[in-house]
Design a protein around this ligand. Structure first.
Ligand code: ADP
Ligand code: AMP
Length: 214
């Protein structure tokens, strides 16, 4: 099963993608996580990506597309995967389509986690992330068992550099300009499924599993 998660930054794509990955046993591929790991490790890619990420801008397509195509070509992706945060532009979607065509396969579902802008600022300002394992929490909606500590691996949780209010606004504008057109792109392909992302995390997951099957 090959799945794309669509939705505004902070809509809950990552939260749901991790749950889908566990239930269906397919890898969760987050381009944001890949860039953040590169920043942490001080790689050339990380240095370049950071310039854009810290401003709330998208990392250029030429730094992003090949990385994803390489990743989905690995053996662990043979039964499927969940792409979280990719594609984010029409050229990225077209590059993915070309690669999938070469591999003689296609995406099964593009799931749009729909959350209005007014909820997004709250979601991102309360987000806490684990720099160790990538788990995501929210101070009000999805608090860890011990404040500030990851339930999964015990690392200290952080506020992402790009979750500051000014950057959040910029990311939302970028989303509407560059990423939202993908909803129509996948609708035209007949694989778009929309879920109401304002519901509780478990309810959203229930709606997604109803689409994907048990
Ligand atoms: P994205 O991957 O789309 O940027 P995340 O999955 O990181 O979004 O979620 C953003 C924030 O909102 C996190 O703090 C997360 O814990 C919280 N969150 C995710 N889903 C929900 C939900 N259904 N209701 C309330 N908060 C949520
Ligand atoms: P995310 O973790 O998905 O919220 O992504 C964090 C940031 O990483 C984004 O605001 C972008 O700067 C960058 N990024 C992640 N995925 C992509 C992508 N597919 N294309 C361009 N930039 C991306």
């Amino acid at each position: 099963m090959k799945i794309i998660m669509l939705g505004a930054p902070g809509a809950g794509k990552g939260t749901q993608a991790i749950m889908i990955s566990e239930k269906y046993g397919i890898p969760h591929i987050s381009t944001g996580d890949i860039f953040r790991a590169n920043i942490k490790n001080g790689t050339e890619l990380g240095k370049k990506a950071r310039e854009y990420m810290d401003q709330g801008l998208l990392v250029p397509d030429e730094l992003t597309c090949d990385l994803v195509v390489d990743r989905i070509s690995r053996d662990d992706c043979s039964k499927g995967y969940i792409l979280d945060g990719f594609p984010r532009t029409i050229p990225q979607a077209q590059a993915l389509d070309r690669a999938l065509e070469r591999m003689e396969t296609s995406i099964d579902y593009a799931i749009d986690v729909d959350v209005p802008d007014e909820n997004i600022v709250n979601r991102m300002s309360g987000r806490r992330a684990c720099p160790g394992c990538g788990a995501t929490y929210h101070v009000m909606f999805r608090a860890p068992k011990t404040e500030g500590i990851c339930d999964e691996c015990g690392e200290k949780l952080i506020v992402r550099a790009d979750d500051q209010p000014e950057t959040v606004q910029k990311r939302l504008t970028v989303y509407h300009d560059q990423t939202q057109p993908l909803i129509d792109y996948y609708d035209k392909k007949g694989i778009l499924k929309t879920v109401d992302g304002t519901k509780h995390v478990d309810e959203v997951f229930g709606d997604i599993t109803a689409i994907l099957g048990e």
